[in-house]
Design a protein. Structure first.
Length: 91
């Protein structure tokens, strides 16, 4: 069975921003210590979310784009940690 390929952009919070989230305070959206990660070959969203929880516990959100080689692709979905995480492997 062939899976649809997606491109994902993930925001991983730094320790200071994560401490603010835990204390329910505002975070700096332009913090230079927070990282953006890009994954070009995401097939299964549930497995990808499990990977983020294990390897990057400070992730805040990720956006899913259609994968087209050499092109940015259109935005398909957006997910937040603990609020609207994916419930299916495909969109």
């Amino acid at each position: 069975m062939a899976y649809t390929r997606y491109r994902a952009i993930v925001k991983v919070l730094c320790q200071e921003c994560q401490a603010n989230v835990n204390a329910k305070r505002r975070i700096d959206t332009d913090c230079r210590r927070c990282r953006f990660l890009k994954y070009n070959n995401v097939n299964k969203l549930m497995k990808f979310t499990k990977f983020l929880h294990s390897d990057f516990p400070n992730w805040a959100w990720f956006n899913i784009y259609e994968y087209k080689k050499g092109e940015p692709g259109r935005k398909l979905a957006s997910y937040q940690k603990g609020k609207n995480e994916p419930t299916d492997d495909q969109i």
